[in-house]
Design a protein around this ligand. Structure first.
Ligand code: EPS
Length: 391
């Protein structure tokens, strides 16, 4: 599986291409639009979300509602582009647009400006912007469809926003909520938070941060159910699925940490409290675990339990109450530039996290089972599952 995104935040459109999806998979734009709409939600989003209504246009690789096995190409329009005429198009500008020269601490502005030798920092921030994650979610939507065809579901929920935490984490027992319930509650919440009391406290914290001209980060958890044991491998560093998931999640704008299962907590308690005992269910011909602190991965391989990973998002770098910065042209000290921004985008990031996990799992699934058509892939999966049952 290969994929790429292209596009600037206020450019005409975002583009994504994904290659390696087998032929014969039903795929409609509306399957993807549902994820795109969820990514736009969330208490604490800024004015831009009122302008955009993200919808995907499938422009290659799909015919009559089914994939053809060739590259799938998708386009998402940036509606806000209309108000950037003369400043963001590919043609030379009649008048040079005003350059953005005050880098925001915590954003890619300064590091990117130095690296690409751009004097107008807009040339950097337009691509660094988290607007690009709409394209990732489109690719994730295609991969989710593939995973669903073999019984795998991926969903996410928000564990904390700033100092406010939800009591429910799947890795530490799920707060006794079944995963299906966790998924439904997350979907019904504007903050993707399964606990109504925590969600209210989160909204209050976001509102207060907005009053102060400040922003908030948080932690979300991504869960995948229905995975066969055996995705990923222990035999080489770059085939370990935990490492690949960490890279995928860490690559999301503003993500600063990733955990698998109980993650950092495992370093604070002893081995007997960390590792999940192994049992065998004679009826189901399956190995079972009474707990899932490993988050469904051992040796970089799925072990048949639900996959659980978490990501920590830093607060958004665009602050109304700007931090000190230096104008790159004059070298004078200024407060950084303020662009319209979100106060908190953790719920949106959790949908992007789902997409990145879905893409990584779809890649691992295709590596293990191959198949140029969905029929071939399904046959290969079924035959392997039979082998596992008779192990
Ligand atoms: C972003 C800044 C804001 C966000 C944007 C990410 O955009 P603007 O500068 O146009 O107000 O709204 O997120 C999206 C547009 C999106 O679709 O998620 C940034 O600087 O990263």
């Amino acid at each position: 599986l290969r994929w790429l995104s292209a596009g600037e935040s206020h450019g005409p459109e975002l583009v994504a291409t994904v290659e390696g999806i087998p032929a014969g998979m039903p795929l409609l734009a509306e399957d993807i639009d549902e994820d795109l709409a969820r990514r736009q939600r969330g208490y604490g989003r800024g004015g831009r979300m009122k302008i955009e209504t993200d919808r995907v246009r499938l422009v290659a690789g799909v015919r009559g509602g089914e994939t053809l096995g060739g590259p799938i190409a998708m386009v998402i329009e940036n509606r806000d582009h209309a108000s950037w005429a003369g400043r963001m198009g590919p043609e030379p500008f009649p008048e040079p647009p005003e350059a953005l020269t005050r880098p925001r601490p915590g954003h890619a502005d300064l590091a990117g400006g130095l690296k690409y030798a751009r004097r107008d920092l807009r040339d950097v921030l337009e691509r660094a912007s988290a607007r690009e994650t709409a394209a990732r979610v489109a690719v994730g939507g295609v991969c989710r469809k593939l995973l669903r065809s073999v019984g795998v579901e991926v969903f996410a929920h928000v564990l904390s926003i700033g100092p406010v935490a939800s009591p429910t984490s799947a890795a530490s027992g799920g707060g006794e909520l079944p995963l299906t319930e966790l998924r439904e509650r997350a979907r019904a919440s504007d903050l993707a938070c399964v606990d109504a009391v925590a969600a209210q406290a989160m909204r209050d914290a976001i509102r207060e941060a907005a009053h102060r001209g400040d922003t908030l980060g948080g932690v979300f958890e991504v869960i995948a159910t229905g995975l066969p044991p055996g995705l990923g491998s222990h035999v080489q560093w770059d085939r370990k699925l935990d490492g690949r998931l960490a890279q995928a999640l860490m690559s999301i704008q503003a993500i600063k940490g990733v955990e698998i299962g109980i993650g950092f907590e495992a370093a604070r308690i002893s081995g007997s409290e960390v590792h999940d005992p192994i049992a065998y269910d004679q009826g189901a011909h399956a190995f079972t675990r009474p707990s899932n602190r490993a988050g469904g991965l051992e040796g970089g391989i799925t072990n048949g339990m639900p996959l659980i990973c978490r990501a920590a998002m830093k607060p958004i770098a665009t602050l109304k109450r700007a931090l000190p910065s230096v104008d790159v042209r004059t070298k004078e000290q200024f407060d950084a530039a303020f662009e319209r921004s979100d106060v908190c985008a953790v719920a949106a990031a959790s949908v992007v996290g789902e997409a990145m996990v879905a893409i990584t799992l779809a890649a691992a699934l295709l590596e293990k089972f191959g198949g140029d058509s969905l029929t071939e892939l399904s046959r290969n999966v079924d035959s392997y599952l039979q082998q596992v049952r008779s192990y």
